[in-house]
Design a protein around this ligand. Structure first.
Ligand code: FES
Length: 71
């Protein structure tokens, strides 16, 4: 856990990106929409969606806050 990378979960579903990534890898998911359909993450407030996208692209599970202008 790093203070420089404080974003590590979907708050609405209480699922960590680490857990979500395992599911994505198990199922071969490549799209945020697939994760939203199965787990609900990204489907409520939507704030985690850019992080979920980055997680799928990079395999990282902890992120620095992405400025709103870049979401
Ligand atoms: S934080 Fe993931 S949908 Fe709200």
């Amino acid at each position: 856990m790093s203070d420089d990378h404080p974003v590590r979960a979907c708050m609405c579903t209480s699922l960590t990106f680490r857990t979500i990534l395992h599911v994505a890898q198990d199922r071969g998911y490549t799209k945020v929409e697939q994760l939203t359909a199965l787990l609900g993450c990204g489907g409520s407030c939507g704030l985690c969606r850019p992080y979920l996208q980055k997680m799928l692209e990079t395999g990282e599970t902890e992120f620095a806050v992405i400025p709103r202008a870049h979401r």
